[in-house]
Each structure stands twice: as C-alpha cells, then as structure tokens.
Design a protein around this ligand. Structure first.
Ligand SMILES: [Zn+2]
Length: 294
C-alpha cells in the first residue's frame, strides 16, 4: 500500500506472465546486459524473460473505491492469446483480502479494452457472463468503445478478436453500467483522467494529486522499466508506434518534472516508481511500498 496525501493506493496481481526480450524490436544482448544488475530479479528473469504483472490498481479516496483495470478474468476463451485463456485464479479472494467486496466498488476505470485489462468485468453465472462490479459505474473511453465494437470500429477485424468485447464489455454495457469519457475529465478529489493514445487509440490514465503529492496511472504507456532508459522502444503490442512514442516521451517529461509516482499496468517488483532526469535521458527509482504483497 502507498499513500498519496489523502488517497490510498493498493493493488492485486492477478497473474504473472513473462515476455521474451523480443517484446522490444530494438532490444539487443548488450543493452540488456548493461541493465541486468538492477532488472533482476524483480523485472527480469534469465530463464523466463520480463516479468509482466497483470494488475488491478485499487484507489481509495475519502468517498470512493475505484478499481483500475480488471485483469484477464477466469474461464475466458482466448484462442489468440492462450496464456490468458481458461484462467482460474483467486482474484476475488485477493480483493477481499484487501477489504474489497465487488458490490462496494463504485467506480471501475478501464484504461483500454485489451484482454488483460477487462477480464474481471464479468463472471460466469448460470451460463452467462454477468457484471462482477454490479454497482459500479465503468468509465471507458468513447474512442476505445467505438474501436472494439464488432458492429462499429472492429467490424473488419477477424471474429476471434470480438470475443473480448462480447464476453467482457458487452454484458457491462447492456447492464447500463458504462459511462463513456473523453479522457480529460475532472473526477473531483484531485483525480483527473489523462489521454494516453498510442498503445491503443483510446487509452486513458488517471492522475491523482493530494496534499502536494502526485501519482499517475499510465496503463501500457510503458511495459517495462528498462524503457525509462530507452524511451523510444515500443512493445510489440503497441498499435500506433509513433503516437505511443510521443505519449511516452510526454509522460516521462511530466513525471520527472512533477516528481510523480508512475504506476503502469504491468511492472514487476512493487509495480511502480519514479523517473528522474539523468544527463540527456532518465533513470528509474523503484517504489518500495509498505507491506508489499507476498
Ligand atoms: Zn496490458
């Protein structure tokens, strides 16, 4: 758990997967070698590759409980991404251990609609996918909804790609629980949305400011802390390469200036950290939270 003024930030890690160094097209053995001393063991494993935590961030303000992204979900069929299919994790028990029951969550913020960010939007009940957080408003970028909707932006994509929308987004929409956002809204209590296009066109994040401290939830703007040293590297999963670079450069500059705690969606270790100016570039200082998860 970590505190930003009056705001409490916590997380649950649903699953850990690993990406090979080829996650980054520009990766080379010598660049990796230069950074391995600090990447291991929290962020990189010589055998398995880069640690990819699939996280839900939990944000508690004096009046709200917000879940940021909902992982891959249990029991989903994912032929195009088998590592996230048919999962059976105690995600809800882990949330309960953090004092959270789904009915008490008032806001779910979906940074974008990739399969590792929306899975626990729904659970299977009596043969149908139904909303997990049945009392929560689900904030989703209008751009993102349009892009993933099989009847609209995704119409020309292969039907296998519609599955995520159909089992994890549509049931929430049909239950009337989605609020479309532009990505620059002020949510009050020091919380503002941020537009983070590139990795996905409608990706959004959340900036939190309280008592002079700042944290920024930046989703998949950056996948691995080594990118702090190589900000022009995009992951294979970034959809618009140039925009992803632009957004990352902007966020790094802003985070360094504001001394903001950066909380991406997939870092290992304690899952976040600070960015500092170092010569022409930046260096990374990991967050060491109190009572880090076992
Ligand atoms: Zn992701």
């Amino acid at each position: 758990m970590v505190r930003i003024g009056a705001i409490e930030i916590d997380w649950v890690e649903e699953v850990t997967v690993f990406d090979p160094p080829e996650l980054f097209a520009q990766m080379s053995a010598d660049k990796l070698a230069r950074h391995r001393s600090w990447l291991e063991p929290d962020y990189y494993d010589a055998e398995k590759g880069f640690h990819v935590g699939v996280l839900s961030w939990i944000v508690r303000t004096p009046s709200r409980t917000i879940i940021l992204d909902t992982g891959a979900g249990n029991g989903k069929t994912r032929p195009t991404s088998p590592r996230f299919g048919g999962l059976d994790t105690p995600y809800l028990a882990r949330l309960a251990a953090k004092g959270i029951v789904p009915e008490a969550v008032d806001t779910v913020l979906l940074t974008h609609l990739h399969l590792d960010h929306v899975g626990w939007n729904t659970v299977m009940r009596d043969g149908a996918w139904v909303p997990t957080f049945a009392n929560a408003r689900h904030l989703v970028s209008g751009v993102e909804m349009e892009l993933r909707d099989p009847e609209r932006g995704a119409a020309a994509r292969p039907p296998a790609s519609w599955q995520v929308y159909n089992d994890s987004v549509r049931p929430v929409l049909e239950a009337g629980l989605i609020d479309l956002v532009a990505g620059d809204e002020d949510l009050g209590e020091g919380l503002t949305l941020m537009r983070l296009p590139g990795h996905s066109a409608g990706q959004i994040g959340l900036r939190v400011e309280s008592e002079g401290q700042v944290a920024m939830f930046i989703a998949d703007v950056v996948h691995q802390p080594i990118q702090v040293y190589f900000p022009h590297w995009n992951s294979r999963y970034c959809e618009d390469q140039d925009t992803a670079r632009e957004t990352r450069a902007g966020i790094f500059a802003r985070a360094a200036k504001e001394n903001a705690l950066l909380l991406p969606a997939h870092f290992g270790g304690d899952h976040g950290g600070y960015i500092e100016r170092a010569g022409e570039g930046y260096s990374f200082r990991p967050l060491h939270s109190e009572g880090a998860e076992a």
